[in-house]
Design a protein around this ligand. Structure first.
Ligand code: C5P
Length: 399
């Protein structure tokens, strides 16, 4: 993710500066080009030579190189960087950054930089906890800088507390996670997805159901979750595990699914009804196994709640409702009818009588039909890829 990024690393005076040598190694290993600025105080802990060896790049310490007469242009440096990282950031440097005291190359470059800036403070616990340091940190955060909190542990003073610079691996993970969040499409959005079949028991050993593997719904949950959404799956019995990061509520019958969906519907921004809900259930449940007696057995069925239809009636204008249609004839016509009947914003049409599509299969071919009549055909492909196309289309509706 950091591949080919130009990183400007500022190192200030603190014992944690030795860890920044590993940080440079890791950044270079991740495919970054690294330029380092050392403050005067940093050079008492680490040498420019160590950094230039590891970064295979020029290391800068001052605005002006007295030996060559060369002027190091802080504006150019600031523009060069895709990302600026100050690690370790001493209390002194934090204070100068917060106030704009530009008496060294690091601060002048910081003030000129237009790229994202990450700050990893390191100092003794009392310095870190001091209201001045904390105020400076919150001021810097307010200015849009990303603060990588110091961690707890043994400090150079021998004391124990918060003030250790985050480990180089953790600094890289922090930067990657922050960058990922920026590109995720559904950060802060709550998504409710119904999945799988329902089972409607007639006695302790028998039930009626629909074919459904849950693969399509679980793939949609996975994509939403990777795009930063908070995902809840309300799912009937399936043989697959829910994607990590999603909350799973397991149900058996349509009535149970209905109750859970109604309970959570109002807090959802996006609702995807991908479950193959049984339209009917046995009128009575018999407590003991039904014995075979006559040649014919009559089973009375009663209608289950149409969850999607009811959601369509109560949904708010800012909620997006997506449904599925499994049709075996008059595909587009039937799906469009369902879209209107259930007040969906988007319906996914499955053609139920074709090879390698729908229900238990890993692949699918669908049409996405929007409220405004626009239709997109998504040719035969893996359900995971179809899920990505669907989630992208939902994003287009929100945009
Ligand atoms: O009417 P039909 O069952 O074809 O509609 C399919 C859509 O309605 C799907 O999105 C399905 O999840 C949803 N549905 C539902 N509750 C039902 C039946 C279907 O939510 N009882």
């Amino acid at each position: 993710m950091l591949q080919n990024k130009k990183i400007l690393l500022g190192v200030t005076g603190g014992i944690a500066a030795y860890k920044s040598l590993s940080l440079v190694r890791l950044l270079v290993k991740n495919g970054c080009e690294v330029k380092v600025i050392l403050t005067q105080a940093a050079q008492s802990f680490v040498t420019p030579l160590s950094f230039s060896t590891l970064s295979k790049n020029l290391v800068l310490t001052d605005n002006f190189n007295s030996k060559t007469g060369e002027w190091h242009n802080h504006v150019e440096l600031g523009n060069w960087a895709d990302l600026m990282l100050i690690a370790p950031a001493s209390a002194n440097t934090l204070a100068k950054m917060a106030l704009g005291i530009s008496d060294n190359l690091l601060i002048t470059t910081y003030l000129s930089a237009k790229c994202p800036v990450f700050i990893a403070p390191a100092m003794d616990l009392d310095m870190y906890a001091h209201p001045t340091t904390q105020e400076n940190l919150s001021k810097l955060a307010k200015h849009g800088n990303q603060i990588i909190p110091a961690t707890e542990g043994e400090l150079a003073s021998g004391l124990w507390g918060q003030g250790r610079m985050a480990e180089p691996e953790d600094i890289i993970t922090f930067i990657e996670n922050t960058n990922r969040k920026k590109t995720q499409k559904f950060v802060g959005k709550k998504v409710l997805i119904t999945a799988g079949p329902t089972q409607e028991p007639l006695d302790p050993v028998r039930y009626i159901t629909n074919y459904s593997s849950g693969k399509m719904a679980y793939s949609i949950a996975d994509v939403f979750s990777k795009e930063g959404a908070e995902v809840m799956l309300i799912s009937g019995p399936v043989q697959i595990s829910p994607p990590s990061q999603t909350k799973l509520i397991s149900i058996i019958t349509a009535k149970e699914m209905y109750e859970k969906v109604i309970q959570h519907f109002h807090s959802a921004d996006i609702i995807v009804c991908a479950a193959a809900v049984s339209d009917y259930r046995p009128e009575v449940y018999v407590d003991n196994k039904i014995k075979k007696t006559d040649s014919f057995f009559k089973l009375n069925l009663v209608k289950n709640p149409d969850i999607a239809k009811e959601l369509g009636q109560i949904k708010e204008d800012d909620q997006i409702l997506v449904g599925f249609a499994l049709e075996t004839e008059n595909y587009l016509e039937n799906a469009k009818k369902k879209l209107l009947e259930k007040n969906f914003d988007l319906i996914v049409l499955n053609k139920g009588n074709q090879a390698n599509v729908g229900m238990m299969s890993d692949t699918n071919e669908v049409d996405l039909i929007f409220k405004n009549g626009k239709t997109i055909n998504i040719g035969l492909k893996d359900k995971k890829l179809i899920a990505q196309d669907l989630v992208d289309s939902i994003f287009d509706i929100i945009k």
